[in-house]
Design a binder for this molecule. Structure first.
Ligand code: ATP
Ligand code: MG
Length: 440
């Protein structure tokens, strides 16, 4: 008998069906018992006599044939999509047996400490609460791709091994490349820029490798960036573009994942007109409204990001806020200084619910200016030979931006730690397993 998906059982009352999936819960009541079985569409309660239950345990993969029956009125479960029915089992086959579980997977919320959640990642990802995070993350990716394509961007795939560091700085992972020293790219930045003279508009989803020797709740050693880069654009247009991409992506998720979002007690995103502030304006507001004087700092600190988002929500009904004009020295070499005041740059961050989720800028597109910028940062133009080629032979005014996928996921769902928003997070202490458990 061919498989019926669990959610489709709602239309099969009185019919015989075969379902397959994982046992999530087993409840014994003497001579009878129940299994909650889950597949990719939902969960169904299965009535079994004790002989059929045997030694079945949670996470066993089962195939069950039986009849779909309506539940009596008082046994209806309004919280379950199949709450009006149950499957009365006739044959129960175990397709694959699970080992004894290290913890209870049958709980509604998986109440585990983060290290355990990650030590048993292949298992904990199966729990609906954890799985939902990644269903939502998939919708973020889909939304980003959709709006980027609508903006006429071509999707590109860029290399992740390079010779020399991507953007300068020491925070790179080094790899032995056939005896040569190579690095893992800190971002897709240089490659997406090189593709502007090819396609004018590009987007990519790429890994960013950052050997940041710090442990925070918002940094991973390997993050996923969603990047766009546009030719023939000016600063104001870039602001319009990333605000559009960010807004449309979030709206896509709200439309695609209402069920999953509800389970997180999700508060709809406030899409008021996004306020645009220069860094100095933002710091002025933080000083006036929150009494912290950071007006000479070169960046916002984590508390500043929280406060300015609070302000944006209260005053503008927006969960997003754009910050522009960071000091030129604080941004990467390719960032265009503001011609009106070169101490500051044509750069921007987008903050969402208290955290930076995007950075970007208008880029230097003049070859000589770019060579000078590289030299002024103490780097060698020779190390950027291929990159500079793109500028030598005609690069239009251009700019772009980069969203952090895990940051977006984390903040949308208000997760405590960015590691919860990465399927297989890498940090100073972990690459799948805890590094401390490896023999040196
Ligand atoms: P931050 O200042 O918050 O450390 P950044 O300015 O170094 O971040 P960018 O180079 O601007 O990061 O990267 C673009 C986006 O990628 C960031 O806005 C953020 O959303 C995400 N991102 C950057 N670094 C990380 C990281 N280590 N872990 C997770 N996400 C990151
Ligand atoms: Mg940044």
């Amino acid at each position: 008998m061919s498989r019926t998906l669990i959610l489709d059982c709602n239309d099969k009352i009185g019919e015989e069906v075969t379902i397959s999936g994982w046992v999530q819960v087993r409840r014994d009541h003497g001579k009878i018992g129940f299994l909650d079985v889950e597949d990719r569409t939902g969960i169904i309660q299965v009535f079994c006599t004790a002989d059929k239950l045997g030694d079945i345990r949670v996470q066993d993969v089962v195939e069950i044939t039986g009849k779909i029956a309506e539940r009596p009125e008082k046994l209806i479960n309004p919280n379950l999509e199949t709450g009006k029915i149950e499957l009365q089992s006739e044959t129960v086959t175990v397709l694959s047996k699970a080992a004894e579980l290290p913890f209870d997977m049958g709980m509604k919320t998986l109440d585990l400490q983060l290290p355990t959640l990650l030590d048993f990642r292949a298992l904990t990802l199966r729990h609906s609460e954890v799985r939902n995070i990644f269903k939502i993350q998939s919708a973020i990716l889909e939304g980003f791709r959709k709006v980027s394509k609508e903006l006429d961007c071509v999707e590109i795939v860029v290399p992740e091994i390079a010779i020399g560091s991507t953007e300068g700085g020491a925070e790179v992972f080094k790899v032995d490349y056939y005896g040569h020293q190579a690095t893992m790219t800190q971002s897709p930045q240089l490659y997406k820029q090189m593709l502007v003279p090819v396609f004018e508009r590009v987007f990519t989803v790429a890994h960013a490798y950052r050997a940041e020797p710090s442990v925070t709740t918002r940094h991973l050693s390997v993050a996923t960036q969603m990047d766009c880069e546009f030719g023939f654009v000016a600063f104001e247009e870039l602001l319009d573009l990333f605000e559009k991409v960010g807004t449309e992506t979030l709206k896509h998720v709200e439309n695609e994942c209402p069920k999953e979002l509800k389970k997180f007690g999700f508060k709809p995103v406030a899409f008021g007109k996004i306020p645009r502030l220069t860094l100095r304006e933002a710091q002025e507001i933080i000083f006036k409204e929150f009494g912290r004087d950071n007006r000479n700092e070169k960046d916002l600190n984590p508390q500043d990001e929280i406060d300015i988002c609070k302000w944006a929500l209260e005053k503008h009904g927006s969960d997003l806020v754009t910050i522009t004009h960071f000091p030129t020295v604080k941004r990467a070499f390719y960032t265009m200084p503001d011609p009106e005041n070169p101490e500051y740059s044509l750069s921007y961050d987008l903050l969402f619910r208290g955290l930076e989720i995007l950075s970007g800028s208008q880029r230097i597109n003049d070859y000589d200016q770019l060579v000078e910028a590289i030299k002024s940062r103490g780097m060698k133009p020779e190390e950027f030979e291929l990159y500079l080629q793109a500028f030598k032979y005609g690069m239009p005014p251009e700019g772009g931006f980069s969203f952090g996928l895990e940051r977006m996921t984390m903040n949308l769902l208000q997760l405590q730690n960015i590691r919860q928003a990465s399927l297989f997070p890498r940090d100073m202490e972990r690459v799948d397993i805890r590094l401390s458990t490896l023999k040196k």
